[in-house]
Ligand binder design. Sequence first.
Ligand SMILES: Nc1ncnc2c1ncn2[C@@H]1O[C@H](COP(=O)(O)OP(=O)(O)O)[C@@H](O)[C@H]1O
Ligand SMILES: N[C@@H](CC(=O)OP(=O)(O)O)C(=O)O
Length: 568
Amino acid sequence: MAAARIRCHCNASFTRSPLPHHHRNSSTLQFSPNCVGFTALKWIGDGSSCKRMVSGPSLKGGTVRAAWEEKNTDAIKETEEEKRFTCVMKFGGSSVATAERMREVADLVLTFPEESPVIVLSAMGKTTNNLLLAGEKAVSCGVSNASEIEELSIIKDLHLRTVKELEIDPSVVSSFLEELEQLLKGIAMMKELTLRTRDYLVSFGECLSTRIFAAYLNKIGVKARQYDAFEIGFITTDDFTNGDILEATYPAVAKRLYDDWMHDPAVPVVTGFLGKGWKTCAVTTLGRGGSDLTATTIGKALGLQEIQVWKDVDGVLTCDPTIYKRATPVPYLTFDEAAELAYFGAQVLHPQSMRPAREGGIPVRVKNSYNPKAPGTIITKTRDMTKTVLTSIVLKRNVTMLDIASTRMLGQVGFLAKVFSIFEDLEISVDVVATSEVSISLTLDPSKLWSRELIQQELDHVVEELEKIAVVNLAKGRAIISLIGNVQHSSLILERAFHVLWTKGINVQMISQGASKVNISLIVNDAEAEGCVEALHKSFFESGDLSELLIQPIFGNGSPVRAMQVEN
Ligand SMILES: Nc1ncnc2c1ncn2[C@@H]1O[C@H](COP(=O)(O)OP(=O)(O)O)[C@@H](O)[C@H]1O
Ligand SMILES: N[C@@H](CC(=O)OP(=O)(O)O)C(=O)O
């Protein structure tokens, strides 16, 4: 039994000892809190039958009895043949920013010999931003100046220096860099940068990073094969800059990766962020930070045991560390919490990336490539939320708020429908909504396109349309503070939050608890928002364990009592 490697669905599994440290013996396993089970990585046994250990029934005190899953050896061979890959490992731009970082990432991949990973990479460092800036400059700089665009030089220098330092053949990148320069000249000639061209332009970032990394793996003796996602079945809608993955992607990607492996096994190195429009057949992108979504899509397509996203932080934190540096890692999250957190502005995860993982029931682990020993965050379908009050505080800045009051009297039928159809027609998404009988307050998503703000023209148009049916008040410069946690304890969360904000003299302009069971959103002035996050963080995460304030049933007379009073 000692030979069986076990992947527990909790952070302790990252100790890669044959039996994780919290296992008491081979048949009864002591789990850390929140662990949701385990699966042995390998089948053991020979002859006609094989078995592997999986979670059995829960016992008292965080103990789970191990059960054996048994199969006929031939059946195992077939499934193992198909399941060549165990996990997907996605490395973001910060993880592969330089040659040195690429080396470290390769070492990191090699430290998990029991894994058979699919690698997904983002563009190196700030390459995507530089490509976008270069494209914008090309529009107005004139053809003869296109080669001199500063960001083009930065991109060329970075990639040529990287291949040199990794001692791989420069031809891996040179033809791409020439093509990039030609493209910028073309944009300069046309004096326009359409969304379609923009996507093609930024695709160079991931096409370059993956070619370099695959070449480096081959150089150090790890057989690897580079893939452009748009060539292996990543089919998206034709919404350039914001493509949605279509269902056809899953079987296509699985077939291509398995078929290639069967013919000639090699570690796949896939471009993150990119796809192919189903009608146009042109390169599309999945929205900023879209490589996370590439990784979870591959995880679901191949039915992998785990999806790992490697970042430059110790997992998902209690708030954005660039806003407040005393943020600490959140060890466990559910897909719902992670999705809400990402949607409401935590840059650490792509807003859509949890969907494939949730659908495939595949745990997502967020790890730090600069600090691999840190346990990181594990995101699963469910977790024990009984003691969870608040998990993380998220800030979305630069938000526009609209107060819309019907010009008709009470009870006008179809008012809300009319308001929302205007937003639908103008393709503007709404974040937070609060309604009364005759009025509605809402915030507009500031990141409609490429993280740029909604432009004034669009806002004027929205107001013009709404004023046909309502009195409209538009307020810019607002921020959404989202309190991600257990909404079942909303009274405790709100009591705390409002006490903190009241002490700071801040009035909340709108509040929404909404249908989500994990998010309460507060709208405040943008200028005050960072101070609010800091004060809320201090109160929720740095002044004792809030779960002690939860209403606890007292056994004896059976009546629930408050364990402690909330301090003022
Ligand atoms: N709640 C949060 N937890 C962790 N990081 C966060 C959070 N909110 C925002 N961030 C930011 O997200 C960054 C990591 O995401 P990202 O830049 O997309 O990484 P990568 O490019 O490596 O994929 C962090 O450096 C941090 O500044
Ligand atoms: N390179 C793309 C896609 C991506 O996912 O990047 P990162 O993993 O570095 O956030 C971007 O910058 O948006």
